[in-house]
Design a protein around this ligand. Structure first.
Ligand code: SAH
Length: 331
């Protein structure tokens, strides 16, 4: 089987539409914005990526999640509500479930710890939760990519405080149009972000950026069991049509030119202590800052709904962390 980097494959979304990436959201002219801002109602699909086409805007993951991204109130300016999400999440240590120990476990499973002079991309890095661990633990130059410049500013200052600024290059780009030379990366990292372009689309497109034998380490919303309560299934399926079991994700990796190396799931503390509870503590000040506007209340209500759902059904859903190696025919 050939894993050729087929231009057709890498430039088409799962729905078959060609995509034009926004590389700097702040510079997108207002007239190109769809009247309804593209947001995820719920987390951990924290900040939903946006991919623009000339005539419409859509969520980058899959068509199935489009109906989940309209706020209950129609904002006058969609960017205002986008700013709300940035405001809620920018001061957090992380913008999705995870933990330093889990990032380290993934590094261990990837076999990168002892290697030198690596080039690594951290895609959808947010304010840098995983980027900082990678920079501290690896002998690597890290290209940290996010499409929100505000998050990258915070990442730069966190990197400076941690004394690793010289190892990190923060790049404002969209994950489906990465300004990275094909075949140049020893590893691609991405925690809680690949859903923005869809897991299969993401692993397929990103593969060509890796050197042969390069490592992919991604976390992705994952069903823990073969079946699950209907309310959980309906909720997440509406948010992210590609949600699936670990075996289905491993199969995606296998059929896209990777050999899986490891998999583990994020434990409860990665959701509650590291993500949901700190977020809940920010709600009162967030609402006060926005004078309890309808849009701000809708953001909080959506988060609370997801938190309650997680509390009821955490035995059935988590993030899976997947490590895999790029395989080429010639190797
Ligand atoms: N990895 C971080 C952030 C996860 S939240 C953490 O675990 O804490 C998802 C991140 O993906 C956000 O920072 C969001 O701004 C970014 N993102 C969403 N869509 C994107 C896109 N199309 N291109 C680049 N980054 C995107």
């Amino acid at each position: 089987m050939t894993f050729a980097d087929d231009a057709e494959r890498v430039t088409r979304s799962d729905s078959g539409h060609s995509q034009v990436a926004i590389t700097d959201l702040g510079k997108v002219p207002a007239e190109r914005l769809h009247p309804k801002a593209a947001y995820s109602r719920c987390r951990p699909l924290c900040i939903v990526g946006i991919v623009a086409r000339s005539s419409e805007r859509r969520v980058a993951s899959t068509g199935g999640s489009q109906r989940s991204v309209e706020l209950e109130t129609e904002p006058d300016d969609p960017m205002d509500d986008f700013k709300l999400l940035i405001d809620l999440h920018i001061t957090a240590d992380r913008q999705g479930p995870g933990g330093e120990a889990e990032t380290r476990r993934a590094i261990e499973l990837s076999g990168l710890s002892k290697r030198r002079n690596l080039k690594v991309a951290d895609i959808g890095c947010g304010t840098g939760a995983s980027t900082l661990v990678l920079a501290k633990d690896l002998d690597a130059h890290i290209v940290a990519v996010d499409f929100l410049p505000d998050f990258l500013d915070v990442l730069r200052s966190r990197a400076a405080s941690a004394g690793v600024a010289d190892r990190i290059e923060a790049v404002n780009a969209s994950m489906d149009a990465l300004p990275i030379e094909p075949g140049s990366l020893d590893a691609i990292w991405s925690e809680g972000a690949i859903y923005n372009m869809g897991f299969e689309n993401g692993v397929r497109q990103w593969r060509r950026l890796l050197k042969p034998g390069g490592i992919l380490a991604v976390s992705e919303l994952t069903w823990l069991t073969a079946s699950r309560p209907a309310e959980l299934e309906e909720h997440w399926h509406a948010q992210y049509a590609e949600v699936g079991t670990a075996s289905s994700k491993l199969a995606v990796l296998e059929r896209n030119g990777y050999a899986p190396m490891g998999y583990f799931t994020l434990a409860e503390h990665c959701w509650l202590d590291a993500y949901y509870l700190p977020m809940q503590q920010r709600f009162p000040a967030f609402l006060a800052r926005h004078e309890s506007s309808a849009a701000a209340k809708a953001v909080v209500a959506a988060e609370e709904l997801e938190i309650a759902l997680y509390a009821r059904h955490q035995a059935f859903v988590s993030y899976g962390y997947y490590m895999a190696r790029r395989i080429d025919d010639a190797l």
